[in-house]
Design a protein around this ligand. Structure first.
Ligand SMILES: [Zn+2]
Length: 453
């Protein structure tokens, strides 16, 4: 009889501990260690049949002799997906698609699977073949080379894979898989780790790319181990708010490309539709001739986005002027008004000033200061600002325009969204100078006034 070995895994970060303890050594979380059985049978995991010998044999090569060929990628029909991956799927790569339940991960991957000309195997541990067929019919009715398998045991999945020989493999989701060689329940750290290891072995030996779906927990990380993120080549995150139709696809880690690209989709009845002009969704479509609005290039976490600032400046009817800010710090608004009064000579002391960030969101980013200034001046002077211009800079007490963090990301986002110009601080450093967008550098409030009015 095989002896069973157990070990303690942190359910938060996946760290392994020889014995139970209250706090995880690696991530310092409390009460996250769970005992899991790990079997140590030597003969296991994916084994290629004799006919399907490994297609890629690696041997040492002198670095000078290594030739860099053109990287082969499998392009998808989905431009946003290609962009985020860095041009398409790399053969033999493992991609993890994370996101909250219900955000549309399965819809996105099913849509992709149906569109490939290559033979795709879509393995679902979440839904039956009939359920997936019904969903596929809502998306698309054309002929497709996609096979559906409802199975959760990796050994049985590999048996089917050997028979079918798919060119692309999709797993929905990694948390539902289990392997015979580990006794703990599906979704536990050791199961996820072992199943992923088997899949990686298969991908590296056959050069078949795999996309895994992984559910994320409330804290926003991939449920189960962080280890999973280290094991795969690419980690994609699919985000969205249930109140809005738009979804954002972002790379957290990409061994084959940059992590700065965003893909934006709109969820419609027939599935996800690529959004080529996201500012339509994020910025309200108002009359371009209204004064008092300005657009700021902000960052929400890692994601750059454009927000609209609205200001209303009017003569105070009652003795004490009112100042109110929604979504922006009121103290900061008072500071900005004092700077405008003292350093730029705008008489705002006797005016009511109302400030609002549209969409009901609250922004803590100092980089929206310049847009706030622009919106206030626009309302005060009753001159509208073109919707082609956006702003990303902080305003200092001396009336100077200060640089902000990750300004390049903001410039790139503004460029991607089709803005004509962006105003940034004169001191901001940009790595290159060949942007399609017109980058206007300003040093003080007077420069902003000269540029806009
Ligand atoms: Zn931990």
């Amino acid at each position: 009889m095989a002896k069973t070995k157990t070990t303690f895994f942190c359910q938060n970060c996946g760290a392994q501990h020889a014995k139970w303890q209250g706090q995880c050594n690696a991530c310092k979380e409390w009460n996250t260690l769970v005992e899991e059985v790990i079997d140590t049978k030597p003969e296991k995991t994916w084994k290629p049949a004799s006919s399907a010998a490994p297609k890629r044999i690696s041997k040492p090569q002198r670095i000078n002799d290594i030739k860099i060929g053109k990287e082969i990628r499998i392009p998808t029909s989905n431009q946003e997906f290609n962009r985020v991956l860095g041009g398409g799927i790399v053969p033999g790569s493992i991609t993890l698609l994370g996101g909250e339940p219900g955000v549309g991960k399965s819809t996105l991957l099913l849509q992709l699977s149906l569109s490939f000309s290559q033979k795709v195997l879509y393995v679902s541990g979440e839904e039956s073949q009939q359920q997936i067929k019904m969903r596929a019919e809502r998306i698309q009715n054309e002929e497709s080379n996609c096979y559906i398998l409802s199975e959760t045991k990796t050994q049985l999945i590999f048996t089917q894979i050997e028979a079918l020989e798919p060119e692309i493999l999709i797993i929905d989701s990694i948390q539902t898989l289990h392997t015979d060689y580990v006794e703990s329940s599906p979704g536990s750290v050791s199961q996820i780790r072992e199943c992923t290891a088997e899949l990686i072995k298969y991908a590296k030996e056959t050069n078949v790319p795999i996309i895994l779906i992984g559910h994320i927990n409330k804290e926003g990380s991939i449920a189960g181990p962080k280890v999973l993120e280290h094991m795969v080549d690419t980690v994609l995150q699919f985000e969205g708010d249930k109140n809005y139709a738009y979804r954002i696809l972002r790379a957290h880690k990409n061994r084959f490309g940059s992590t700065h690209e965003l893909g934006i989709y709109e969820m419609q009845a027939g599935g996800l539709v690529e959004v080529s002009n996201p500012s339509d969704l994020l910025i309200s479509k108002t009359d371009t001739h209204l004064s008092g609005t300005a657009i700021a290039a902000t960052l929400e976490g890692m994601r750059p986005m454009m927000i609209e600032i609205q200001a209303l400046v009017s003569s105070a009817v009652y003795g004490t002027p009112q100042r109110s800010a929604t979504g922006y710090n009121l103290k900061r608004l008072n500071m900005v008004l004092a700077v405008l009064e003292k350093r730029a000579g705008f008489r705002l002391g006797a005016k009511d000033v109302f400030l609002n960030i549209t969409g009901g969101i609250s922004i803590d980013d100092p980089a929206i200061d310049l847009a706030v200034v622009a919106a206030i001046l626009s309302s005060s002077e009753d001159v509208s600002i073109s919707k082609d211009i956006c702003f990303a800079a902080e305003v200092g007490l001396a009336g100077e325009i200060r640089p902000v963090t990750r300004v390049e990301q903001r410039v790139m986002e503004a460029e991607k969204l089709g803005f004509a110009s962006i105003l940034i601080s004169k001191q901001s450093k940009l790595p290159r100078s060949d942007y399609k967008i017109n980058v206007i550098r300003v040093a003080k409030i007077e420069d902003v006034v000269d540029t806009l009015f």
